[in-house]
Structures are given as structure tokens and as C-alpha cells.
Design a protein around this ligand. Structure first.
Ligand code: ATP
Ligand code: MG
Length: 391
């Protein structure tokens, strides 16, 4: 019965003079999300986005797609009433209630909004008058203005809309309104969630994966490609850089104390990611680190890893417990992919007893042992990185 959706947004309403930029971005993201599903028409309409659906569209699929768009606070399937004169409104709203609720033993309240302030009735007038009309047409209904079972909303604009269902959206801000970041995406549980969270604040994303063939398999790489596709459902299209990290890892393994291996490796990942980020016009790096989760994420280790970057490093999971991260991973449907058992490059070169309180001065000294070849190897890794377009 629904041929249209009214989309409400929350936080972008607070953006003052820039508001139109946020509204345009949200309209465009909604268009992007729906274009694969058919010829939807998407337009801005006074504080709302209005979606008109093509003949024969799939309701469930459309709602699912809209539920992946950041910046939406709620999705309201609406019935459009053509006229705004009282007779049309009364009939339109009554027909809506009749079709939507075959069993009308419930309490209700009418809520009204008029975008057109010239409209002859005020919002409270519309509520009172419509409530009375509905009671007359459906005597089994009861009014409860404090705690109704059903809120019937009538919005009078150039046309009028009626709805009573608010499907919660994701919140956040439309992707593309807040610059771009480079996500260090491994095959684990955490980094896809980290990317999702930063992107929720309107940030678009490129990603980098450090691959170490033959120590890490093609399937491990495919897993990361799959995860990138899953986050791009929310974050939009992204480039995924696959950096061949094998030679650098072997070189570190050869030259440096094994208990420092992970830290030094992480420092080179950050350095390379930062270089790629600069090339791509990104304003920060994103990782899935969380304090104390593993040896390489103690405060000491994070300080050592952080030291090599000048770009801000965003760690949205920094204070999250694993179970809370898992909960988000399940919700955004990356979890099943993340737990596939393909090794990632860190698990192969880990020492039995990695340092948990690395001393930055000692780490720097160990890295000096790489001086002969490391710069050229880093250049080579960047130069030969493979780029995959996702989404
Ligand atoms: P994740 O679940 O995201 O893999 P983790 O708990 O396994 O995280 P680490 O392996 O210490 O933690 O990695 C910390 C962060 O470093 C990851 O969240 C990710 O952002 C980045 N990272 C680790 N390995 C890789 C890799 N092979 N390619 C790209 N980024 C990586
Ligand atoms: Mg990992």
C-alpha cells in the first residue's frame, strides 16, 4: 500500500548555514542506495527527504537499503493524499487507517505538522478535527493522547502525507560530509567495525590491507575484499589497496629481536598506510585497536605504533570491550566473514613472548638495523600495491 517514504534526519538539522550541503549529501546517498533497486525518485522537501517508489518495487528490500544509509533518523512509509483540502484529508486519513489496521481496537492520537503556514488550520486544529472524524468513522477506536498504541501523523505540505510507522534509521551523518580516511583493514573482527563507526560520522573511506603471500593465502585476501564490500554497503565505494608486505616482514624477522617483531611490523604498516593516505587525500588513519586487547595494544605499544605517524590516527574502538565490538560486527554483518579461519599476516610472525611494554628508544634502535634496505622496500611496497575498486 505504500508508494513513498518520508525520511527524517536528525543531527544534520543542526548545521546552520551548511545545512543544505548535508541535505544534498543525504539525498545523494539515498539515491545511491536505491539505484540498484529500481527507478526511485528522491527529492528534498522542507526538512525531509521524500522517496517515491516505482511500480512493483520491493518494500522489504527498499527498507533494508535505507537502513544502511547514515544520516537517517527514521524511515516512514507514507501514503500520499493528493489534495490538502479538508475533505481529501479526512478521506485519505480514514482510508489509511482502514487499510492499515483491519482490527481497530486500539488507542490512537493524531499528530499534525504543517509545512505550509498559510494552511487555514493550525496543527492542533488538524489533530482535534481529524481525531473526531476518525472516531466517527471507526467507533471502536479510542483516543489516548498520552500513551497511544498508534500515532497517526498527518503532514500537510504541497501534498499531504499520512503515516504511523517510524522505522529507526542508523543515525550518524551522510557519508561524504566529513572528509576521507584510510582504514587499515585486516581480516579480523575489529577493523571492519572501526571503519563502519568512523564512516557513520560522515567520513568516506579508502582501505589498505597488508598481505604476506605465501604466508597468508589468497583466501585471506578474499576475506578482506569481502569485508570491504560489506562495509561499503554503509560507507560507499572505496579503493582497497593490497600491499605486499612479505619482504618487509621477512627483513624485520631477519634483523630485529623477535619479541619486537609485531611492534616494528605495526610501525611499518602505519608508515605505509600514511603514505597511501597522503596520496589519496585522506585526513587520517583508522585502526581497530582497543587498549589492552593484545600485547600490541597496550598503552606502551600504542604509543610506539603511534609515534611514526604525523596524521591523526582514529581508533574508535579504543575503549570498547571485545563483546561490544562483536555485537556491532554481528549487527553490521561482518562477523561471519571475520571469523573465517584464514590467517592474517600478524599471526604468522608473532613471537611467543612479544614485548608488552616496548621502549620507544629501544625500538628505534632496532629499526636502525633495517637502514640498508628498508626505505627502498617501503617504496617498492607502495609502488607495487594492487588497487581494487569496491562497491
Ligand atoms: P582486527 O580484529 O581488526 O584484525 P586485532 O585485534 O587482530 O584487530 P591487531 O592484529 O593487533 O589487532 O591489529 C590492530 C589493527 O591494525 C587492526 O585493527 C587493523 O586496523 C590493523 N591491522 C592489523 N593487521 C593488518 C593487516 N594485515 N592489514 C591492514 N591492517 C592491519
Ligand atoms: Mg587482526
Amino acid at each position: 500500500m505504500f508508494r513513498a517514504f518520508l525520511i527524517k534526519y536528525a543531527e544534520i538539522g543542526l548545521k546552520g548555514n551548511n545545512r543544505y550541503l548535508f541535505e544534498n549529501a543525504l539525498r545523494d546517498r539515498v539515491k545511491d542506495a536505491l539505484k540498484v533497486l529500481g527507478a526511485f525518485s528522491v527529492s528534498k522537501e522542507q526538512g525531509r527527504i521524500f522517496v517515491e517508489c516505482p511500480e512493483g518495487y520491493d518494500y522489504e528490500e527498499t527498507v533494508e537499503a535505507l537502513k544502511c544509509v547514515f544520516g537517517i533518523s527514521s524511515i516512514c512509509p507514507v501514503v500520499v493524499i493528493d489534495g490538502t483540502d479538508w475533505d481529501s484529508l479526512e478521506k485519505g486519513v480514514g482510508d489509511y487507517v482502514e487499510a492499515m489496521y483491519p482490527d481497530r481496537h486500539f488507542t490512537f492520537k493524531v499528530e499534525a505538522k504543517r509545512a505550509d503556514k498559510q494552511y487555514p488550520l493550525t496543527s492542533p486544529d488538524i489533530c482535534a478535527k481529524m481525531g473526531a472524524c476518525l472516531l466517527r468513522r471507526f467507533p471502536e477506536l479510542k483516543v489516548d493522547v498520552h500513551n497511544p498504541d498508534v500515532r497517526i501523523t498527518v503532514e500537510v505540505r504541497t501534498r499531504a502525507y499520512v503515516y504511523s510507522v517510524n522505522i529507526p534509521g542508523l543515525g550518524g551523518m551522510p557519508v561524504g560530509t566529513n572528509g576521507k580516511a584510510m582504514l587499515l583493514l585486516s581480516g579480523g573482527i575489529d577493523s571492519p567495525v572501526a571503519g563502519y563507526m568512523i564512516s557513520k560520522r560522515g567520513v568516506s573511506m579508502e582501505a589498505v590491507y597488508f598481505h604476506a603471500p605465501p604466508y597468508t593465502s589468497e583466501r585471506a585476501k578474499q576475506k578482506v575484499i569481502d569485508l570491504a564490500s560489506q562495509i561499503s554497503r554503509y560507507a560507499g565505494p572505496m579503493k582497497l589497496f593490497i600491499v605486499n608486505f612479505t619482504d618487509i616482514q621477512l627483513y624485520i624477522y631477519d634483523k630485529c629481536p623477535h619479541e619486537e617483531l609485531t611492534i616494528i611490523m605495526r610501525r611499518y604498516m602505519m608508515r605505509i598506510a600514511e603514505r597511501l593516505a597522503e596520496k589519496e587525500g585522506c585526513l587520517g588513519l583508522v585502526t581497530g585497536e582497543s587498549i589492552g586487547q593484545v600485547a600490541s595494544q597496550t598503552m606502551h605499544s600504542l604509543a610506539a605504533t603511534n609515534e611514526v605517524c604525523t596524521m591523526p590516527v582514529y581508533r574508535p574502538l579504543i575503549a570498547f570491550d571485545k563483546k561490544d565490538i562483536v555485537e556491532i560486527a554481528e549487527r553490521i554483518k561482518t562477523f561471519e566473514t571475520s571469523i573465517q579461519p584464514y590467517e592474517d599476516c600478524c599471526t604468522i610472525f608473532v613471537a611467543r613472548h612479544p614485548v608488552i611494554r616496548p621502549d620507544i628508544r629501544i625500538i628505534r634502535k632496532s629499526e636502525k638495523k633495517l637502514a640498508d634496505r628498508i626505505d627502498e622496500m617501503v617504496e617498492e611496497a607502495i609502488r607495487t600495491s594492487e588497487v581494487i575498486d569496491i562497491g
